[in-house]
Design a binder for this molecule. Structure first.
Ligand SMILES: Cc1cc2nc3c(=O)[nH]c(=O)nc-3n(C[C@H](O)[C@H](O)[C@H](O)COP(=O)(O)OP(=O)(O)OC[C@H]3O[C@@H](n4cnc5c(N)ncnc54)[C@H](O)[C@@H]3O)c2cc1C
Ligand SMILES: NC(=O)c1ccc[n+]([C@@H]2O[C@H](COP(=O)([O-])OP(=O)(O)OC[C@H]3O[C@@H](n4cnc5c(N)ncnc54)[C@H](O)[C@@H]3O)[C@@H](O)[C@H]2O)c1
Length: 474
C-alpha cells in the first residue's frame, strides 16, 4: 500500500451524482474524497446526456425553422455534419476533464484516481492503472455513486461482431451510412433520430413497442415522426443471430429469416447498477439486491454505507440522481453532527429523496419531444389511487404560432379522492419547457381548484393547461 489517507466521507464515482454528494458533504462542514477510475464528470458529461443532446439539437433547430412559413424559405441547406460533431465535441470538452477537476479542487473536495473497492467497514482501497494502491479510511460514511453499466441481451454471435454501445454512438467521429439500432427505449430512440438526421439510413429493432414506458399516443407521435424521416421501425420482434458478412457489413437475422444489414450496430438495450467488483459480497451484501432508504442509507450494512444515482437503480436520470445526492450529502452531514438519527428521514424533508416515488420528470429529446412527470394512469391505479385521465391534442394559439401544422398531445392524471394532479405527459415540439410547471404541480400537490387560478400566458403552448382543466370539467 503506497499510503493510507483519512477523511470523513469517501464517494466512489465522480459522475454528476458523486460530485453532488461530495459537494453537499463539504458544504455540511465535513471532508470528502472522490474516487474516479475514468473521467471526472462521468457518463452524463462525456458519453450520455450532453453529447446525445448536442447531436440532436441542430436537427431540431433546423426542423423548427423549416416548420414555419417565412423562415422555411430561408433554409436551403441541410445539417453541416462536421460542424455538428465539432459542436458536440465542445460540449464534452474534447473528453478532457480538466475543467471538472478544477471545480472539484475549488469546492474543497479531495480526488483520488483509480478503481475503488471496499475492503471493510468505512474502508476503501484504490488501485490506479500502474497498480499503485492507496488505502482510504472514512470516519463517517462511504457513498456508492458508481453509475450503471450497459446490459446486452443474449444474442447469438454478438461476441464475435464489433458493435456500438451508447457511449460509442455519442462519441463517434463518423456517421455510418447504415445504422442498425437494437432497443426502443429513450437512448435508442434519441440516437436513431440523431443519426437519421445526420444522414444515416436507420433501422430500429424493438422488442415490444417504441418508448413503451410512455403513454401510447405520445410514443406514437414520436414513432410517426421517425418513420416520416425514413427510420424503419420494426416492433414486436428481436434478432435471433448477428454476424458479419464478407463485405464487413453487420447482419441481424430475424426469426422469420429476414436479414437486416448495417455498417454499424448500436445496442441500446438498457443499463443496470454498476455494483460488481466493489467488494460488496465480502461485506455480506448482494451487489444485485442492494436497497436503500430515502436518504440513500443501506441499512443492511449498518449506518455507514449509502448508494445514490444510477448505482441505486431507482431512477436512471442525472437530475434525479443529483437530487438523491443532495439528500444523502445533507443526511450524512446532519448525522455526523448528531442532528438526526439513522432511521428513515421524514418524507419531503431535505434528507429524503421523496420525489423519487411521486414526481420524477423525464424528457425524451426527440423531435417531437415527450415530457412526463409523476404517474401514468395505470401506475396510479396499481397504487390504489382512484385516478381519472384527461387527454387531448395540443391545439392552442401558442402551438399554432410555434409551428405550422403543429401536432401534439397532453394528458393529466388526477387523484379523484384528493383533487390533485399526480401525473402529466406532453408530447410535441418544444414541450420540454412545459415540464417544470407540471413537476411543481405534482410535487406541490396543488389542488385543481387552485391550479385553475394559474392562468397561462397568451399565446403560449402552456394554454394546454387551461384546455386540460376545462376538459376535466372546471
Ligand atoms: C445515451 C444516454 C443519454 C442519456 N441522456 C440523459 C438525459 O438527457 N438526461 C438525463 O437526466 N439522463 C440521461 N441519461 C442517464 C444519465 O446519463 C445517468 O442517469 C447519469 O449519468 C447517472 O449519473 P451517475 O453519477 O449516477 O453515474 P455515472 O455518470 O455513470 O458516474 C459514475 C462514475 O463512477 C465511476 N466508477 C464506477 N465504478 C468505479 C470504481 N469502482 N472506482 C472508481 N470509480 C468508479 C465511473 O467511471 C463513472 O465516472 C442518459 C443515458 C444514456 C446512456
Ligand atoms: N433523455 C433522457 O433522459 C435519457 C436518454 C437516454 C437514456 N436515458 C436513461 O438511460 C437509461 C438507459 O437507456 P436505454 O434506452 O438503454 O434503456 P431502457 O431500459 O429505457 O430501454 C431499453 C430498450 O431495450 C429493449 N430491449 C431489451 N432487451 C432487448 C432485446 N433482447 N431485444 C430487443 N430489444 C431489447 C427494451 O425493450 C427497451 O426498449 C434509461 O433508464 C433511460 O431513462 C435517459
Amino acid at each position: 500500500m503506497a499510503e493510507t489517507l483519512e477523511t470523513d466521507v469517501i464517494v466512489l464515482g465522480a459522475g454528476a451524482v458523486g460530485e453532488n454528494a461530495a459537494a453537499r458533504v463539504v458544504q455540511g462542514g465535513l471532508e470528502a474524497i472522490l474516487v474516479e477510475s475514468a473521467l471526472v464528470g462521468g457518463e452524463c458529461s462525456y458519453w450520455a446526456c450532453m453529447p446525445s443532446k448536442a447531436l440532436l439539437r441542430p436537427g431540431t433547430a433546423l426542423a423548427e425553422a423549416k416548420a414555419v412559413d417565412g423562415s422555411r424559405q430561408a433554409v436551403t441547406g441541410s445539417l453541416d455534419v462536421p460542424a455538428v460533431l465539432k459542436r458536440r465535441d465542445s460540449f464534452t470538452s474534447g473528453w478532457d476533464d480538466a475543467g471538472q477537476v478544477e471545480w472539484v479542487k475549488e469546492t474543497g473536495i479531495g480526488l483520488v484516481r483509480g478503481r475503488a473497492r471496499l475492503t471493510g467497514e468505512r474502508r476503501v482501497e484504490v488501485r490506479d492503472d500502474a497498480g499503485v494502491r492507496v488505502g482510504i479510511q472514512a470516519r463517517h460514511a462511504v457513498v456508492l455513486a458508481t453509475g450503471a453499466s450497459p446490459v446486452t441481451p443474449p444474442l447469438d454471435g454478438l461476441e464475435q461482431v464489433e458493435f456500438w454501445g451508447t457511449a460509442d454512438a455519442t462519441s463517434s467521429q463518423e456517421v455510418p451510412p447504415r445504422l442498425l439500432v437494437v432497443g426502443g427505449g429513450v437512448a435508442g430512440t434519441e440516437l436513431a433520430q440523431a443519426y437519421a438526421r445526420l444522414g444515416s439510413e436507420v433501422t430500429m429493432l424493438v422488442r415490444h413497442g417504441l418508448l413503451e414506458m410512455f403513454p401510447r399516443p405520445a410514443a406514437e407521435l414520436v414513432a410517426g415522426a421517425l418513420r416520416s424521416e425514413g427510420v424503419e421501425i420494426l416492433t414486436g420482434t428481436t434478432a435471433d443471430r448477428v454476424f458479419e458478412d464478407a463485405s464487413g457489413a453487420v447482419v441481424l437475422a430475424l426469426p422469420g429469416g429476414e436479414l437486416l444489414y448495417g455498417d454499424r450496430l448500436l445496442m441500446a438495450t438498457g443499463r443496470r447498477p454498476a455494483l460488481d467488483g466493489l467488494g460488496l459480497e465480502d461485506l455480506g451484501l448482494d451487489p444485485h439486491g442492494i436497497s436503500c432508504d430515502d436518504s440513500g442509507l443501506v441499512a443492511e450494512a449498518g449506518n455507514w454505507l449509502y448508494v445514490v444515482g444510477d448505482a441505486a437503480g431507482k431512477v436512471l436520470l442525472t437530475h434525479q440522481g443529483k437530487y438523491e445526492a443532495r439528500a444523502t450529502g445533507a443526511a450524512i452531514a446532519a448525522r455526523a453532527r448528531g442532528e438526526i438519527g439513522f432511521g428513515e428521514p421524514p418524507r419531503w424533508s431535505r434528507y429524503a429523496a421523496t420525489a423519487d416515488h411521486a414526481a420524477v420528470p423525464q424528457v425524451v429529446f426527440t423531435d417531437p419531444e415527450v415530457a412526463m412527470v409523476g404517474l401514468r394512469p395505470d401506475q396510479a391505479k396499481e397504487r390504489g389511487i382512484r385516478a381519472s385521465e384527461t387527454s387531448l391534442p395540443i391545439s392552442v394559439a401558442g402551438s399554432a404560432l410555434f409551428a405550422d401544422g403543429y401536432e401534439g398531445w397532453a394528458q393529466m392524471v388526477v387523484d379523484e379522492d384528493r383533487g390533485i394532479p399526480v401525473g402529466f405527459t406532453f408530447a410535441g415540439p418544444g414541450v420540454a419547457e412545459l415540464l417544470h410547471a407540471a413537476t411543481i404541480a405534482v410535487t406541490g400537490e396543488v389542488p385543481l381548484e387552485r391550479l385553475w387560478h394559474a392562468v397561462p400566458a397568451y399565446p403560449t403552448i402552456s394554454e394546454i393547461w387551461l384546455r386540460l382543466l376545462e376538459k376535466y370539467g372546471l
